[in-house]
Ligand binder design. Structure first.
Ligand code: TMP
Length: 208
């Protein structure tokens, strides 16, 4: 297969746990496919067989914060080399549920790892690669926490974090969005899912 003459679009979805990202992710992927585009739908941590095994460890196994950050980037390295870059080179769109912005928000602002250390790892793992469009589902931490409780399932290691933790993560996302307004679109995810979906699609269509 020869690379397509134009690279695909790299779109990421971000938001704190409980923002409603998973159902919107499916809607975004379906809508792009409905427009006739080739879409690779993937997620982080995960997206490759090794990445999915690392995801299980990250979500369940107690570990230090630095181990956590390094495992996130180890999974990401596999994902970038085996899935994301090859798909973009073939001209396919890649829609990814979280990417490096999640690391800056969760392991950085949430857990206190200095941003420059995380950015050095990002530069090592994916030099020159960043999303073309990042959709932030923004919701107050209190609202997200109520949504998670309403799901009534066993929370994973991240979902067990405090409301203060998720407030820091949210603020970091908003700060990143302010720093690069051309890449980020912030959508108020406390609205009903249908209006959130329509706004996401508006933003995406502007980037096509
Ligand atoms: P998900 O539930 O959105 O699939 O994400 C799994 C968890 O992984 C979520 O709580 C956020 C966390 N995470 C990080 O802490 N750092 C990262 O870099 C990524 C990609 C996810």
């Amino acid at each position: 297969m020869s690379p397509s003459s134009s690279r695909g679009l790299f779109i990421t979805l971000e938001g704190i746990d409980g923002a409603g990202k998973s159902s919107q992710f499916d809607a975004v992927v379906d809508a792009l496919r409905g427009l006739g585009r080739e879409v690779v739908a993937t997620r982080e941590p995960g997206g490759t067989p090794l990445g999915e095994r690392l995801r299980e460890l990250l979500l369940r196994e107690p570990m230090s914060t630095s181990t956590e950050a390094l495992l996130v980037f180890a999974a990401r390295q596999e994902h970038v080399l085996r899935v994301i870059e090859p798909a973009l080179l073939l001209g396919h769109d890649v829609v990814c549920d979280r990417f490096t912005d999640a690391t800056l928000a969760y392991q950085g602002a949430g857990k206190g790892i200095p941003r420059d250390r995380l950015e050095a790892l990002a530069h090592w793992v994916h030099p020159g690669l960043q999303p073309d469009l990042t959709l932030l589902l923004d919701v107050p931490a209190e609202v997200a926490s109520k949504r998670l409780q309403a799901q009534g399932r066993e929370p994973d290691r991240f979902e067990r974090e405090s409301t203060e933790f998720f407030s820091r993560v949210r603020q970091q996302y908003l700060e990143l969005a302010r720093e690069q307004p051309g890449r980020w679109c912030v959508v108020d995810a406390s609205q009903d899912p249908q209006s959130v979906r329509l706004q996401l699609m508006d933003h995406i269509k502007k980037h096509l």
